[in-house]
Every structure is written in structure tokens, then in C-alpha cells.
Design a protein around this ligand. Sequence first.
Ligand code: CP
Length: 361
Amino acid sequence: MRSIVDITDLSKEEIQELIDTALDMIEHPAKYARACEGKKLATLFFEPSTRTRMSFEAAMYELGGHVLTMSDPATSSVSKGETVGDTVRVVSNYADIIAMRHPKEGAAYAAIRKSTVPVINAGDGGHCHPTQTTADLLTIYREKGRFDGLTVGMCGDLKNGRTVHSLVNALARYDNVKFVFISPEELRMPRYVIENALASGNAVCEEVSSLEDNIGKLDILYMTRIQRERFDSPEEYERLKDSYVLDARKMALAKPDCRVLHPLPRVNEISVEVDDDPRAVYFEQTRNGKYMRMALMLKLLEEARKDPAKWETHSPAAAKDLKCRNPRCICAFENGIEHVFTEDPKNPGHFLCAYCETPAE
Ligand code: CP
């Protein structure tokens, strides 16, 4: 039985398999209408969502299954102090598969450690958002027919944007991908994401500040929202919130075959006048997300049927005297959580928090 914390839990071959299944679902929906008959998806959303939760739910209905929802933690026993671990342990008695979103980094792995059914990370704080990445990948594939050799610009809040972290992890595995990270100094892409991309040996990364000066070289422009909810200081958010606005004037500088993606929701970083530009594909992207979630749930349920044994993403080392230094990690908040660490494959002898992947101290 397998769960998904990040996109790298799926190999390149498996991503292609999901894309092929999703394309077949788009072409032949009737073929899949009873594929999950009798199965139940639980959506546990400890943080707001429109697209991710509803597309997971629509996906399960289109596969002929049922849905149990917790969309507001205030109406569940979480409001009485129940932990993620206990919640998931209980819900895995009621559902065959769980999609969970939580504001704390590493919450997905905390859930997986307690679940007896597959768990899909639907976003854990600023850490990862793998199913958004599956939507992004299907969109790029449908628009470009390939991943190799693309120049991909990512613009906005690259520090807190879990969608861009997962997308870099995914695309860095293809050949000759060039990343152009466009952000203010304060919202740069985390070093560990860049180092992971460079360690793949396939990618080139450039960090810049100007969208106008760089838009003309992009095959893909991935815009992101400045994430107010991740700022510790409201003043800092106010100062940075209007850093980038993509409008018709800037689109005039983009290549004719450039494609603009955005995980949505947007605030003001893409002007509505861009919506009618044929190069804007962010609404198609939301539709693609439903098909990739259908394909992913089908795959994980089939794997769980064949091999119901519990799954671990890491082989965690004992805590010894190690400490996670990430103040936003789930292990800093939940009672009774076991502090576990895993050896950094790129830095032997050094350890990462098994939940949020931050280097331990
Ligand atoms: N892209 C995305 O995760 O949207 P929601 O927050 O609405 O789920």
C-alpha cells in the first residue's frame, strides 16, 4: 500500500502512466464510471480549498465511488484538540483512501504514519502539493507534448509556494529543463529546492527579479500568488503583495507559443484581461487536475488491493539528540508525535526531519 507525500514518490514512468490514463479518461469517461464502485474517499481539509477538495470529490464520484468530507475543522473533533494522527487513524476505519490538506509542514507524513489506508497529500503548509503538480504536468503535456528542453519561469512567492516546490522536483527529472525563478529577494526559492534540482544533473536554474526582462524567453510561465497566510508580518505582506502583475502589456513580450499556468486562486497577479489570451491555460489546468486525481486514486486503490501492507516513505533514524529546526513543522505543534529523522541522501552523516525534510540540528 502506497501513499503520496510529494511528486517524487511517483517515478517518471508512473507520471507518464497517470498522464496516459487521464487522457484515456478524458476520451472515454464511460469506461471508468464504475471503476471505484463501493469505494469511499475521505477528504480531510484542515485549511481552505476550492479546487483541490472539490476536484478530488468530483473525481471519486466520476469513478463511481462515494465521498466523506471534513472541510471545516471547526465542526470536527479537531476543535477539541484531537491530533492529526488520531483523526487519520479513526478515519481510515471509515474510508478506503484519504486526501488531506493541513497548514503545518510535514502533516502529510504524520498522517501516513498512522493511517491504514493510502493517504494523498493535498498540501502540507509550504512543503508540498503533489496533486497540483499532476495537474500542472498534464497541462504542460497537453500544450507542449513534452517536458524535455523547456524553459520554465516561475514567478511570485517562490519561498512559500508549495506548488512550485513540487513542480521543480517533478520537472528537474527531465532533460535540459531551464528554470527561471522570478521573485523579490525576500521570496526566493528555498535553497534546498534549487540544490535538489541542480543535483539531478539535468536542470539549469537562474534567479532574477524582473518579469518583464525575462518573460520573452519562457515556454511556460507559472504565476503564483503572494501567500498572505504564510507571512509572519502583515507589513511585510503589504510591501510585497503587488510585486508582479501579469497584464496584456507584459503578455505582448511573451512568445506566441508561451503558456501561462497558475495553480489558482489568484488575487491580482494576473489581470483578468489575460484570461481571454489563448496562451492562458489556468482554467484548463483546474479541469486537468480532476482527471489526474482520478488516475492517481485508481492507481493507489489498485496497489492497496494487491499489497495492503503499510508503507513508509523513509527509513527513519532514531531521534537521538536531534531536533527539527523548522518552527512550522507539525512536530512542533502536535502532542505525542514521535520525532524521527532520516539520513540526507545527498549529505551522508547529516539528518533531515522525516516530516518536513528540514535539516536537523
Ligand atoms: N490550487 C489549489 O490548491 O487550489 P485550492 O486551494 O482552491 O485547493
